[in-house]
Design a protein around this ligand. Structure first.
Ligand SMILES: *[C@@H]1O[C@H](CO)[C@@H](O)[C@H](O)[C@H]1NC(C)=O
Length: 418
């Protein structure tokens, strides 16, 4: 009976039937199709701040990338920091002529931004999300085939806005791999393992995006309460994994009756937060939740969740990803970059995108900034205790709360990370 009341309560709060639009387009609230590119609704003041608007655009690219990536391997964990991929693409667009530039800009949703200085704003965004207190590292690089002469008119703005220099391959596979590994180690302070995958010899343009995050909860978990517990992989299979727990956790919560999932948000040190989407039933099919993810939807959730006290359990996690997102990008709106793009602002030679690599590492354990909940969190009065157990497949979204930027997104089907 009480659960039903809560369901109606949150269903009303999180009413967003339009979010089920399978295109996942952030423009889903636009009433008519003939308003292409023109936001019709009164915009939330949050998105009027240029850096937040840009963060929303590239995060929407990130949700798109996540959906495609997840769809390509429905039975595997997904871990992505789409920001690093978006950064590499945005930087690459500095070298693109009009047709190619607008292909990249459409994929990054820049066509919905009126700000004339996107690259300058991007610099501001990067500085904000990689500030030392965030514990979040992200870096991107553009690597070109050997013997390429690159125009200085491309190098200078690239360095100015994105703080990166283009890299030209030597053609010596061992040296090139070593150099790439050294760069990753330097950027990520040794947190990401060295790669053994050689850089392919037929590279024309390779984008490399790397990211690392170590979660620092605002309230740390008591490690004496961590124990081996069941995680339900699906209706039949169960594995034992170390689970952290807090019998009196303060979190922000809502039950979404459209998506049939329980949403919870936990604060992290450095103005970051993580939002969990946990289906009501054990299922590996998280498609419905995935399709609703947009910057605007997440922003609305963030405003609607209510602070409560709950019995919380979370698996300890340490995940890493190393691989290509080339195929995912090709399935987005970017195929032409791999065919015959116009990068004549970079060099006179015809070059095209051949590969996009992503490496990321992500972990959280009991560590946190303090032992008491932050004073801003005051639970609403609930007459019954609430359980929030992340002991079955779930999705998480890690955001910077200052700008709303999506920093990491993951689908955890098996926390053992195999
Ligand atoms: C997953 O769920 C969606 C919608 O709920 C459905 O359309 C799709 O067929 C399901 N996929 C699988 C593999 O069961």
């Amino acid at each position: 009976m009480q659960a039903l009341v809560l369901l109606l309560w949150t269903g009303a709060l999180l009413g967003h039937s339009s979010c089920q639009d399978s295109s996942g387009s952030p423009q889903e609230d636009s009433p008519a199709p003939d308003t292409t590119g023109v936001p019709v609704e009164e915009e939330d003041p949050f998105f009027k701040v240029p850096v937040n608007k840009l963060a929303a655009a590239i995060s929407n690219f990130g949700y798109d990338l996540y959906r495609v990536r997840s769809g390509l391997s429905p039975a595997a964990n997904v871990l992505l920091s789409p920001l690093s991929v978006a950064t590499a693409l945005s930087a690459l667009s500095l070298g693109a002529e009009q047709r190619t530039e607008s292909t990249i800009h459409r994929a990054l949703y820049y066509d919905l931004i009126t700000n004339p200085d996107i690259h300058g704003t991007y610099k501001e965004l990067l500085a904000s999300v990689t500030a030392p207190e965030k514990n979040f590292k992200s870096a991107s690089r553009i690597i070109f085939e050997k013997k390429l002469r690159i125009k200085s008119s491309f190098v200078a703005p690239l360095e100015k806005s994105y703080g990166t220099r283009p890299r030209i391959l030597t053609g010596n596979a061992r040296l090139d791999l070593q150099e790439a590994n050294n760069w990753v180690q330097a950027q990520m302070k040794g947190k990401i393992a060295r790669s053994t995958q050689e850089i392919p010899s037929e590279v024309s343009i390779l984008l490399l995006g790397v990211a690392y995050f170590k979660g620092q909860w605002v309230t740390k978990f008591d490690s004496r309460k961590t124990s081996l517990q069941d995680f339900h992989l699906d209706e039949e299979r169960t594995v034992r994994v170390p689970m952290m727990s807090d019998p009196k956790a303060i979190l922000r919560y809502g039950l979404d009756s459209d998506l049939n999932c329980k949403i919870a948000q936990l604060p992290l040190a450095g103005s970051m937060s993580i939002i969990f989407f946990l289906p009501l039933k054990v299922t590996q099919n998280l498609t419905m939740i995935e399709e609703s993810l947009t910057s605007e939807f997440i922003h609305d959730i963030d405003r609607e969740l209510k602070t409560i006290q709950a019995v919380l359990t979370i698996p300890k996690l340490k995940l890493s990803y190393e691989g290509e997102v080339t195929k995912s990008l090709q399935e987005m709106k970017l195929q032409s970059l791999f065919d015959s793009p116009d990068f004549s602002k970079i060099t006179g030679k015809p070059i095209k995108l051949t590969q996009v690599e992503h490496r990321s590492g992500f972990e959280w354990n009991e560590d946190g900034a303090g032992t008491t909940p932050s004073p801003g969190l005051q639970p609403a009065h609930l007459t019954f205790p609430l359980d929030y157990h992340l002991n079955q497949p779930f999705i998480f979204v890690l955001r910077d709360t200052d700008t709303g930027a999506l920093l990491f997104i993951g689908k955890i089907l098996d926390p053992r990370s195999i």
